[in-house]
Design a protein. Sequence first.
Length: 54
Amino acid sequence: MLAPHPQSRRTERGASAVEYSLLVALVAAVIFGSVAALGQGLLTDLTDFVTSWP
């Protein structure tokens, strides 16, 4: 049986870091897109709600 090459572990760790970075970027883009799409409408609804209070 061959022993694992020490550099292969480093390569896997680097690949994992890249995958996690891409996942975080995707989540951030989804959050940003949702806020951009719903933000103005939500702000208008909240403003109307607050100004309608006595």
